[in-house]
Design a protein around this ligand. Structure first.
Ligand code: SF4
Length: 205
């Protein structure tokens, strides 16, 4: 399978269909990507997008979030799941980041409150560093296509690191997410409109 061409086809169709990830990615700062990813945990993309929009239209920088009361953050992000816990995490992260340089390694990022493997990898890839972030879209689509046969996102990440050349790692997450938001949907994927149907093994999970 030509992986570069696979990614290009997925990216093209996702962009043509205005996948939300491309709209947000284009205008967010690294700290905003970090916070948006914390918000997205166990939440549908549309609900995350609402919270991102509200929070960042109120806060113009990380310092603004650090100064907010937890209750204010809760009010702005209440469209996402577990918003009370996330509001506390976001305030803690903002307080830490407003006092120091933005972290640029996996180890530094995962020391922040509530930041796990997936979030750290998303931020690293956004910063142009070699990382494959496996979220629900990447895990689902990799298995459907037949690139991997895995039960957990951790195992998927391990396998994708072996399959994709390092120079393509940073593209994997946002291309798969965009494709998952527009074509290879969690339920009822649009197989009849899919540009990679010829190579997909259609293992629907
Ligand atoms: S053919 Fe269907 S299941 Fe396979 S990648 Fe395309 S949309 Fe997803």
């Amino acid at each position: 399978m030509d992986l570069q061409s696979l990614l290009e086809k997925m990216e093209r169709v996702a962009k043509e269909r205005n996948a939300p990830i491309f709209l947000h990615k284009a205008k967010l700062e690294p700290y905003q990507i970090l916070i948006a990813t914390v918000l997205s945990s166990r939440t549908r993309d549309e609900q995350t997008a609402k919270a991102v929009e509200k929070l960042f239209s109120r806060a113009k920088g990380i310092e603004d979030i650090a100064k907010m009361k937890v209750e204010e953050i809760e009010e702005l992000i209440k469209s996402v799941g577990f918003y009370r816990v996330k509001a506390r995490r976001i305030k803690e992260i903002a307080e830490i980041l407003s006092r120091r340089k933005f972290p640029e390694t996996f180890e530094e990022l995962t020391q922040l409150p509530g930041v796990g493997r997936k979030t750290a990898n998303i931020v690293l890839a956004y910063l142009g560093k070699p990382a494959i972030a496996v979220d629900t879209h990447v895990h689902r689509i990799s298995n459907r296509i037949g690139l991997v046969k895995t039960k957990t996102p951790e195992k998927t990440e391990e396998e994708l690191r072996k399959i994709f050349p390092t120079e393509l790692w940073e593209k994997v997450n946002y291309v798969f997410v965009g494709f998952g938001q527009t074509v290879c949907l969690p339920r009822n994927p649009k197989c009849s409109e899919c540009p990679i149907g010829d190579v997909c093994q259609k293992n629907i999970i």
